[in-house]
Ligand binder design. Structure first.
Ligand SMILES: [Zn+2]
Length: 122
């Protein structure tokens, strides 16, 4: 038995006008990710380390004029991930569909308690 299929997208729309990534999953649910959010959540080792360091450090230095995140390039990586490069940011982000589901902004609002006790409706 595998749950992989649940995390498989049937439709991926990278909307550069609305500046968001929209995904329709095989189970019928939909997710929306703003570019700024996606860029900030880059899953590559470098960015992950930076986020961990920022979380540890009470001093947050926010660099201003980077500007809005714009997608430079996007492509599928096999059947399990989406590679996104950012014009003024990181170019090594591989967003696996597992990861994308786990950072779905809508889900984050629903159960902020964490992974435990996630339940499905419908
Ligand atoms: Zn990165």
């Amino acid at each position: 038995m595998t749950t992989l299929d649940q995390h498989h997208p049937v439709d991926l729309t990278l909307d550069k006008t609305a500046r968001e990534l929209r995904i329709e999953w095989v189970d019928g649910s939909k997710s929306q990710y703003g570019f700024d959010y996606l860029a900030a959540m880059c899953p590559c080792a470098n960015c992950r380390e930076k986020r961990i360091e920022m979380a540890k450090n009470p001093l947050h230095v926010v660099s201003g004029p980077l500007g809005p995140a714009e997608v430079g390039n996007a492509s599928m990586v096999g059947r399990y991930a989406l590679s996104i490069t950012w014009q003024a940011g990181c170019v090594s982000g591989i967003y696996s569909f597992d990861y994308l589901r786990s950072i779905d902004p809508a889900n984050a609002e629903k159960d902020e308690a964490g992974e435990a006790g996630s339940r499905e409706e419908g």
